[in-house]
Design a protein around this ligand. Structure first.
Ligand code: RP5
Length: 159
């Protein structure tokens, strides 16, 4: 396993059923990560600390998943210059539409790269993180090429 380059933050332990999809993808590419629970509103000091120290702690990309009024990714992005990928989670009565709009509608100036709601988004967040890391890692780049070939073949093989 590589050094831990990806930090996955989720707003609640109840988010793990979705965010474990990010973890699975990173593991399949042997990309090291840490996964922590930290909430923008329940544990703001911890969240700020994670974001402020993320770069010096060796991370290069942050994935932030939260549901409801999901301000986690935006709050983290405001405290770091690392790329932040937001995953809106369907943990509320609005099935993730609330989290989607909260995560994606960042006012200009502080970017959050927002992916799809739920498991697909968690998976794509990890793939996007890997693509970012692969810009400076040729062996990871080759793994993505192989992944895409296998992925395309698995789709075209379906009857
Ligand atoms: C959000 O509230 C979390 O990200 C989670 O998706 C949602 C519900 O959290 P719990 O009440 O299950 O802890 O902040």
């Amino acid at each position: 396993m590589d050094t831990k380059k990806v930090l996955i933050v989720m707003g609640s332990s109840s988010d793990e059923k979705f965010m474990s999809e990010s973890a699975k993808v990173l593991e399949s590419f042997s990309v090291g990560y840490d996964m922590v629970v930290s909430s923008a509103h329940r544990t703001p000091d911890k969240t700020r600390d994670l974001a402020v120290k993320a770069k010096e702690n060796g991370y290069r990309v942050i994935i932030a998943g939260a549901g409801g009024a999901a301000h986690l990714a935006g709050v983290i992005a405001s405290e770091t210059l690392l790329p932040v990928i937001g995953v809106p989670l369907p943990s509320s009565y609005l099935s993730g539409m609330d989290a989607l709009l909260s995560t994606v509608q960042m006012p200009g100036g502080i970017p959050v790269a927002t992916v799809a709601i739920g498991e697909a988004g968690a998976k794509n967040a990890a793939l996007l993180a890997i693509e970012i890391l692969a810009l400076q890692d040729d062996s990871l780049h080759k793994k993505i090429i192989d992944y895409r070939k296998t992925f395309s073949k698995s789709v075209s093989d379906k009857k």
